[in-house]
Design a protein around this ligand. Structure first.
Ligand code: PEP
Ligand code: MG
Length: 316
């Protein structure tokens, strides 16, 4: 029955009144591409490149090896969009040869973009490999940095992309509340934002994303998190730029409608969630999504936010 409900639900993501919300896939490498294409993904919204760096635990993969793997992913989406995230090492993704071993709080330490700015050679090699991989392909390449805290981070990343000769759009992930609060300033340096709601929840609620004891704070429906999504999306709109979501939040069909209502411009998720998100989005108008978003933001807890949005979207 579930399957039947999804049949016919192909094509680009959009609300019932035709407001387009590109639905993209999160992938970890070429092995995930097939499922993404089969699910009808319009491209890749988050290519997690960490996995490639785990192959040999003692040093980064060579430029040739990286270029080969990146090309396999880029080739799968001719004319489509592929958003590649540069290496996100540290905290929940430690890499022995890059991640400092002696930090008392690795989630608050040298991780993500911070690691790359400490190892500019690693960043440069990755960006050069990406430039080579994209050569001659009609793909629409976007490259983004994880864990951008402020405008200086965004500028350092954009400078590194330019000096590697990369012809792509450069973006910043919003995973740190400071970046959401000052999104307009970050957008002076980059062309798009992508909300990493998993880390954004972790840092907003000071709750380790891997710790069961504080798991309730990882709920992406929490109104404070929705506020930060709204700030980011509004800033992007004011700057005429895009703001997607690539964290787990995007894979919840109901929340996908709320994110759309908050002004998010694309949603990226694991391929298996894509048909459900597409089908749910297609049932509601943009105005309904906006009303659901307002109701969710007015709630006092994640649970109430979900209930309030559900009530609006089911026409209660
Ligand atoms: C996130 O933090 O939401 C995100 C998309 O990145 P990751 O889960 O890989 O940290
Ligand atoms: Mg993250």
């Amino acid at each position: 029955e579930r399957k039947a409900a999804l049949e016919g639900a192909r094509g680009p993501g959009a609300t019932s009144d035709g407001h387009k919300v590109p639905l993209l896939a999160n992938v970890g490498g070429p092995g995930d591409v097939r499922a993404a294409v089969e699910a009808g993904a319009e491209g890749v919204g988050l290519f997690r490149t960490e996995f490639l760096f785990l192959d040999d635990g003692s040093r980064p993969p060579s430029e040739d090896r990286q270029a080969e793997v990146y090309r396999q992913v880029l080739e799968a989406f001719p004319e489509g969009r592929v958003v590649v995230r540069v290496l996100d090492a540290g905290a929940d993704k430690p890499l022995g040869f890059l991640t400092p071993a002696d930090e008392p709080n690795p989630a608050l330490g040298v991780r993500g973009l911070r690691t790359l700015l400490d190892h500019p050679d690693v960043l440069h090699t990755q960006l050069t490999a990406l430039a080579r991989a994209a050569e001659g392909l009609p793909v629409y390449l976007e490259v983004m940095a994880p864990m951008v805290a402020d405008r200086a981070d965004a500028r350092a990343f954009a400078d590194a992309c330019r000096s590697a000769g990369l012809r792509a759009k450069f973006g910043a992930m919003v995973e740190i509340p400071a970046a959401a609060l000052r999104a307009r300033s970050v957008l002076q340096e980059v062309e798009f934002l992508s909300l990493g709601t998993n880390d954004l929840a972790q840092y907003t609620f000071a709750a380790d994303r891997q710790l069961g004891a504080v798991a309730r704070h990882q709920d992406p429906w929490q109104p404070a998190l929705l506020d930060l999504v709204a700030f980011s999306a509004e800033a992007a709109k004011a700057e005429g730029k895009s703001c997607g979501v690539c964290g787990e939040a995007a894979s919840d069909p109901l929340l996908a409608c709320v994110l759309t209502g908050l002004g998010v411009t694309s949603l990226s998720m694991g391929a298996s969630a894509l048909p459900y998100v597409r089908a749910t989005l297609a049932k509601h108008t943009l105005a309904q999504c906006e009303r659901a978003a307002a109701a969710a933001r007015a709630a006092e807890s994640g649970e109430d936010a979900r209930r309030a949005a559900q009530a609006v979207l089911s026409g209660e």
